[in-house]
Design a protein around this ligand. Structure first.
Ligand code: FA5
Ligand code: MG
Length: 436
């Protein structure tokens, strides 16, 4: 058994540490495919590769300070604010840790995607076997959550598609799905003569609405959906951003639309949405409600919001990338700056904290920035412990130095590092233990 001391990996929860030390989150070995603790038997449809599986468990959308998490939080906050229960609580529930392996029923059939639809092709998806695949979209969870009784929910997760790899395509990306079901009363409010209003009728399917929906109910749902999503886009990108609606087709919504935004003069699709096919609700046991749904790509929103030029950067573990998003308020405005192509120099510094004096890590961070200036890319507390006999606490910080335009020599970094030590000892009253 491996005994893990949480002190060696600060910032990780114990479950994550165990996961880091144990075998990979997902693997394929002969006909055995294992994904996050579940085992499957491969067959003629299996086409997942060890490289693709290595992305599973990274959970970028859950990583503190990751840009995808910031965007997911901003969307969630918008939905929380937009839709409150009569008691003032958020109506939407958030599901961000659903298992990425789904059945072909969940990914396709439950969404009324025909058996011969192109989107089912082996060449477009990552199949675990004939009956299971890595979800190709978060819509795969719609039906199951509705059956469980959820009326207003968000699903956030990694999705997998066999695609080219370039600046805007990667085989793994992240989607955020929103679903809202409304009763007649929720859609119309309370009127004196409620008998005059209805959600359903037995009519013709037209471009504007499904045959089972009354034209007025469909119109109201469309207005609510588009209003909510435009509000979201302007709250993230600002009032002046140019956006446009484009008619679209999805087997699971009618009518359907895509929202596009201009990035560097080009129209880029931010999301797909529409009025949910009533058959999906009926199959999930819901008779008296009408629904809308949308699915957006978190990478697309983050690229627009922060000016990130390449989708592959989201997978970077380089502190030059990650440190630019190290803030707690997800609404902090940031414009991404290209990471220096020069290698970083990493030095640690450990000291005992003063015994009888207040000490805050933030003071040390300020000191490092004022002595090291723009050479300091990142500084983090990597270890903290208290000596039981001496009753003294020790902190160890890791400082990442990097120059934007040239190679830094170790001597010049050591020079700055020594100055930081001296300054910390004199102004923060710490006693240096060691540095390297
Ligand atoms: C879907 O995946 C639908 N499930 C969306 C939906 C949900 C429609 C609910 C209606 C109701 P689409 O394949 O267009 O649709 O992807 C949705 C969004 O994901 C896109 O608008 C885009 O923001 C993002 N996206 C799609 N493909 C990629 C890709 N290769 N890389 C990055 N983001 C992508
Ligand atoms: Mg699309």
């Amino acid at each position: 058994m491996v005994v893990v001391c949480p002190r060696i990996l600060p910032g990780c929860r114990l479950s994550q540490i165990t996961r880091l030390l144990s075998t990979k989150a997902a693997s394929v070995n002969g006909t055995k495919v294992e994904v996050l603790g579940r085992e499957y038997t491969g067959d003629h449809m299996t086409n997942v590769t060890p490289h693709l599986l290595s992305h599973i468990g990274r959970d970028l959308h859950l990583q503190p300070h990751h840009p995808l998490r910031h965007v997911a939080q901003r969307v969630t906050q918008h939905m929380y604010r937009q839709y409150l229960s009569p008691r003032g609580n958020p109506l939407f529930s958030v599901h961000s840790q659903l298992h990425p392996v789904v059945t072909t029923h969940q990914n396709f059939d439950s969404l009324l995607i025909p058996k011969d639809h192109v989107s089912r092709k082996k060449s477009d998806n990552f199949y675990i076997n004939e009956t299971h695949l890595l979800r190709a979209h978060t819509s795969a969870h719609q039906s199951e959550l509705i059956s469980m009784g959820f009326d207003n929910f968000l699903v956030i997760g990694d999705v997998y598609r066999r695609d080219d790899i370039d600046a805007s395509h990667y085989p793994v990306f992240h989607q955020l799905e929103g679903v809202r079901l409304c009763t007649l009363k929720e859609l119309y409010g309370t009127h004196q003569n409620m008998d005059a209003y209805h959600l359903f009728e037995n009519g013709e399917r037209t471009e504007d609405h499904q045959g089972v929906h009354s034209a007025e109910a469909a119109r109201r749902m469309e207005a609510e959906l588009k209003g909510c999503l435009l509000g979201l886009a302007t709250s993230l990108f600002g009032q002046d951003t140019e956006v446009r609606w484009v008619d679209a087709y999805f087997p699971f919504t009618h009518p359907s639309w895509e929202l596009e935004v201009q990035i560097n003069g080009e129209w880029v699709e931010l999301l797909g949405c529409g009025i949910m096919e009533q058959e999906i609700l009926a199959n999930a046991g819901v008779q008296d409600k009408i629904g809308w749904a949308f699915g957006l790509g978190l990478e697309r929103w983050a690229m627009k919001l922060y000016g990130i030029p390449d989708i592959r950067l989201f997978w970077s573990t380089d502190s030059g990338f990650l440190s630019q998003f190290r803030f707690d308020d997800p609404a902090t405005p940031v414009t991404y700056k290209a990471v220096s192509k020069y290698n970083p120099c990493i030095n640690d510094i450990s000291f005992w904290l003063p015994k009888d004096q207040q000490y805050e890590s933030a003071d040390f961070y300020d000191l490092v920035r004022s002595v090291g200036g723009s050479l300091v890319e990142q500084v983090n507390l990597v270890d903290s412990f208290t000596h039981p006999k001496k009753q003294l606490t020790s902190h160890c910080y890791r400082i990442v130095y990097r120059h934007m335009e040239r190679v830094l020599t170790q001597e010049e970094v050591n020079d700055v590092h020594r100055k930081i030590e001296q300054e910390a000892a004199s102004s923060l009253q710490v006693s240096i233990r060691c540095s390297e």
